[in-house]
Design a protein around this ligand. Structure first.
Ligand code: PGA
Length: 252
């Protein structure tokens, strides 16, 4: 059975002190009321070591939001997958549309990052999704399939077990516009079918596919009720513990 997951993506928010306070609040809330799903928080690099240590014995796993496409060496300012792993983090988010758009991360670069993340024992939350123009041109399926083919479908079946997919329509990220549950389910089912074509039905069935884009406590229950939506990747609503907890509770 595939995992149900609620993952937070803090993006470039929270100082170290603010991040520690948020992680502490979340840890305390979830210690009292155990979640019915896996809970992950994707923090900035500088929080990883401190928060991973803090959450070591809790139900909350920690994720980075990026890693370098090089193993090590003279790449000023970069953070390698091995470094991320050494903090105690378990996951890394790769392929987010903001990284693709603002930092020119191409499918080839993302493929290198995915390979290095897996080689270093990290699990990958790999993001895909179409722009508004692509949705209006009904290209969402082609775009998602191409993004999968470009960066993750070269992986071995064994490696694939460490991949979580996040479908995030760009037009829904931070805009307050959520895909309807039916719209999201339609493309999630398509993505699962693409996975089945490459890795087989059983692997596809075991793959968690998250929805992201203005997901909040009010719309999470309807989205998560769909058969192919296995949870969410949450931006804005992961920045306050009660909001994030509200989404986690959608699995109750
Ligand atoms: P949002 O962001 O929940 O703020 O729309 C989601 C994401 O970009 O992962």
């Amino acid at each position: 059975m595939r995992k149900k997951i609620v993952a937070g993506n803090w993006k470039m928010n929270k100082t170290l002190q603010e991040g520690v306070a948020l992680a502490t609040e979340l840890k305390d809330i979830l210690a009292v009321e155990k979640p019915n799903c896996e809970v992950i928080i994707g923090t900035p690099f500088i929080h990883l070591a401190t928060i991973s240590e803090m959450l070591k014995d809790s139900v909350v796993a920690v994720s980075a939001q990026n890693c370098a496409n090089k193993a090590s060496g003279a790449y000023t300012g970069e953070v390698s997958a091995a470094m991320v792993k050494s903090t105690g983090a378990e996951y890394v988010i790769l392929g987010h549309s903001e990284r693709r758009e603002y930092y020119n991360e191409t499918p080839e670069i993302l493929k290198e990052k995915v390979d290095l993340a897996l080689e270093n024992g990290l699990k990958v939350i790999f993001c895909i999704g179409e722009s508004l123009a692509q949705r209006e041109a009904n290209e969402q399926e082609a775009v998602c399939k191409a993004e999968l083919m470009g960066s993750v479908f070269h992986l071995s079946p064994e490696q694939w077990k460490n991949i979580v997919i996040a479908y995030e329509p760009i037009w829904a990220i931070g805009t307050g516009k959520t895909a309807t549950a039916d719209q999201a389910e339609e493309i999630h089912a398509f993505i699962r079918q693409c996975v089945a074509e490459v890795y087989g039905a059983e692997a596809a069935d075991n793959t968690s596919i998250l929805y992201g884009g203005s997901c909040k406590a009010s719309n999470a229950p309807e989205l998560f009720a769909k058969p192919d939506i296995d949870g969410g990747l949450i931006g804005g609503a992961s920045l306050k513990a009660p909001d994030f907890k509200g989404i986690i509770d959608a699995w109750k």
